[in-house]
Ligand binder design. Structure first.
Ligand SMILES: [Zn+2]
Length: 341
């Protein structure tokens, strides 16, 4: 069987090629990949900004599709099932897993192959069924939403809290909705007006421009002078990461959700944390449980994901899709290998 894949042969260089489809080993499932989302972590391989990147490689870890073959040891899935793949297996037994942080499992095993190709291979443990009425393109948000669930679990928002969401790209939009599900009032902050408008369409109460010199004052005015009980930084920009500390209320939470590339330092006054008793945390990656919850939230439409899709492109347009993410010229870019919903 032949398949088509987008091979990244080096920075800024995709090659669309025909290739022999893989065989299913005893524990493997082969999937006709329908949709794969473009993640900023993929884009760093493409832009050449990922330290230590090797090429060639097939990118893509936010993918969904339909089972076309199963190995002899696989009992959970059958041909025709619709599935979402998650990128890694966790061991459940290492120190981090035992302490409830399987997102940082010390023995993570690769579980799937890249998603920007027409046929994918995964071990069955790395697949979850997609509920019947959920479109593929919505289910493709399970992995990013699972990462956001991990983030929100480390930001204990309660009803009545004000949550400042710094950066409302695709991830910030998901975090904004989760903060609202916890009862928070969201103030979205971004440089791009269209992103603020979308955040407000999806329930944020306010949208403020990140470049506004009065940003801190406006947030104080909106919070009776106290600041926000939670500030989630969904953009890896040192100036925003520093400002987040200033926006938090006494006793508030600051979550550095986004990674910072390239690595940077911020010059902060520890007294800001000390005298205001701030909780400063980070969050990274996702857990298998979070992945299942994410699919449920998407299927029940408690989190809206399809309004985030700005570009639906074919595999042969993948370079354009990646350039779009680099240029921040859209919102979520998805690549569609298949046809129909
Ligand atoms: Zn582990």
């Amino acid at each position: 069987m032949k398949m088509t894949r987008a091979l990244l042969t080096g920075p800024r260089s995709f090659q669309i090629e025909e290739h022999a489809a893989p065989e299913a080993g005893p524990q493997d499932v082969l999937i006709d990949i329908h949709t794969c989302g473009v993640c900023p972590s993929d884009v760093r391989f493409y832009s050449g900004t990922r330290a230590g990147a090797t090429y060639p490689r097939t990118l893509g870890h936010e993918w969904v599709g339909q089972v076309i073959d199963v190995g002899g040891d696989v009992s959970r899935f059958a041909v025709g099932d619709r599935v979402a793949a998650f990128v890694q297996r966790v061991c459940g037994m290492c120190r981090n897993c035992q302490r409830g942080m399987s997102n940082m499992c010390l023995n993570r095993l690769p579980a799937i192959e890249g998603g920007f190709q027409t046929v994918g291979r995964a071990v069955s443990d790395a697949l979850e069924p997609i509920p019947d009425d959920t479109p593929y393109e919505a289910a493709a948000f399970a992995e990013p939403l699972a990462c956001c669930l991990n983030g929100i679990s480390r930001t204990p928002i309660v009803p009545g809290d004000t949550v400042v969401l710094m950066g409302v790209g695709p991830i910030g939009q998901l975090l904004s909705q989760l903060a609202q599900l916890r009862g928070g009032r969201v103030i979205a902050v971004d440089m791009i007006p269209e992103r603020l408008e979308l955040a407000m369409e999806l329930g944020a109460s306010e949208g403020l421009n990140a470049a506004d010199p009065d940003l801190v004052k406006k947030i104080q005015d909106l919070t009776g002078g106290f600041g926000a009980e939670a500030v989630i930084v969904a953009v890896g920009v040192p100036a925003a990461e520093l400002q987040a500390l200033e926006l938090a209320a006494p006793g508030g939470y600051v979550n550095y959700f986004a990674g910072t590339y390239p690595s940077a330092t911020i010059a902060m006054d520890p007294n800001v944390i000390h005298y205001r008793q701030l909780w400063v945390t980070g969050s990274y990656h996702f857990t298998p449980g979070g992945f299942r919850t994410a699919l449920d939230l998407i299927a029940r439409e408690e989190v809206q994901v399809q309004p985030l899709i700005s570009h639906r492109l074919g595999l042969d347009e993948i370079a354009h899709g990646f350039d779009t993410v680099i240029d921040q010229a859209g919102m979520k870019v998805i690549i569609e290998m298949g046809d129909g919903g």
